[in-house]
Ligand binder design. Structure first.
Ligand SMILES: [Zn+2]
Length: 381
């Protein structure tokens, strides 16, 4: 079943609408109860997010569209003299963590018989959705901002998707895409939005399941989990996954979520700072963290609640901090796009301020590979 997070209205699970008639965002609720198996049983399973199949929407084997996403390593690094952990989620098949959500969303759409989709993206989600659409044999069109990184555009095209470039902000791109769906004369194209589609978020929960499974072996769980946020799918996926594990007695408490935005475009952080429970859209400025330059997050209120309920908080980092963190990560052998470096920038500040204490375990999620924004590093030595 699918229901509206704002007014509670219920819809059948295979509804083709992308938002409620009240304009609220849709959520998925499984009709099954499930329990996540213990790590010793999970080790026998496929090396992908589908090892947590009980916790994902029910699908027949032939409907699952997978490229082996997930199961990414956690490595340790010295950061400001502190040992920290980084989860290398940029090692997913298309170079970003978005593949977790795309695999579940596209599988679900395949099950529904959908053959044509459209999506808007700052680049990584578009590339990810295009890859899984190609794998499923779906027609795919991706709306992007005209200033999107050339390597991301090349990747989207290589998967066979059509690109529609829009002059304007990330929000302008989303609205142009939504208009195209509403004005589609055939009415056959589904808006497979990674920000609106509830099944995408279901896939993102596997981030938390994986962290738990990997850490359970050493019996050391992170005290802090640091994630970047534009629309907030990484934050919400992690929060919901950890909440699931807590409810099932697999965790004794939630790790504290630190949700990081870029100062130049930080509507969720602004709302947090003012003690709000809703996010007011802003006019965002330019940031090198292009993947999180979102001025009007669809599930902003849920992201605020996730930070607070986990005992964590929202923060924002400057362009200078992002730049310095990106270079320092590369010097550790971790080549990520500047968007991902916000996590390391936040870790640096939290270590400097003593917020992360000496014996705390902090884990940052690195979401996007550096190769797509290689121009950023040119001329650096
Ligand atoms: Zn509603």
């Amino acid at each position: 079943m699918v229901y509206c997070a704002r007014c509670g209205r219920k819809y059948p699970g295979d509804t083709k609408i992308w938002r409620c008639s009240c304009k609220g965002e849709l959520e998925y609720q499984s009709q099954y109860t499930y329990s996540i198996p213990p790590p010793e049983r999970l080790t026998l399973r496929p090396h992908s997010i589908w090892r947590y199949r009980e916790a994902l929407p029910h699908l027949e084997d032939e409907d699952i569209v997978s490229l082996g996403e997930g199961c990414t390593p956690i490595v340790t690094a010295k950061w400001k003299g502190f040992p920290v952990w980084f989860k290398l989620d940029f090692l997913c098949p298309t170079g970003s963590y978005k593949d977790r959500g795309s695999s579940v969303m596209i599988s679900r759409l395949k099950q529904m018989g959908i053959t044509s989709i459209v999506e808007d993206s700052s680049g990584n989600a578009g590339a990810s959705v295009a890859a899984y659409a190609a794998r499923a044999g779906m027609e795919c069109r991706i709306f992007v901002a005209s200033h999107t990184s050339p390597a991301k555009l090349a990747q989207i095209r290589a998967y066979g998707a059509k690109i529609k470039a829009v002059d304007g902000t990330r929000q302008d791109v989303a609205e142009a895409c939504q208009r195209s769906v509403e004005e589609d004369p055939r009415g056959e194209t589904l808006y497979a939005s990674h920000n609106w589609n509830p099944f995408f978020l279901e896939g993102m929960k596997t981030l938390a399941y994986e962290i738990w499974e990997q850490c359970e072996r050493s019996k050391i769980m992170p005290d802090w989990v640091v994630v970047p946020a534009g629309y907030g799918s990484c934050a919400l996926g992690a929060y919901r996954g950890f909440r699931d594990l807590l409810n099932q007695g697999r965790l004794s408490h939630l790790p504290r979520l630190v949700i990081v935005q870029a100062e130049n475009c930080a509507p969720i952080y602004q709302a947090y700072l003012h003690g709000e429970t809703q996010v007011t859209p802003i006019r965002g400025g330019k940031t090198v963290a292009e993947g999180i330059a979102c001025s009007s997050p669809v599930r902003g209120s849920q992201v605020l609640a996730a930070a607070r309920e986990s005992g964590g908080f929202i923060m924002a980092v400057s362009e200078e901090e992002i730049d310095s963190a990106a270079i320092s990560l590369a010097r550790e052998g971790l080549f990520v796009e500047p968007t991902s470096a916000v996590v390391a920038a936040a870790l640096g500040r939290l270590i400097d301020s003593g917020t992360i204490a000496k014996n705390d375990v902090a884990l940052g999620i690195l979401t996007g590979i550096g190769l797509k924004t290689g121009y950023y590093y040119e001329g650096r030595s």
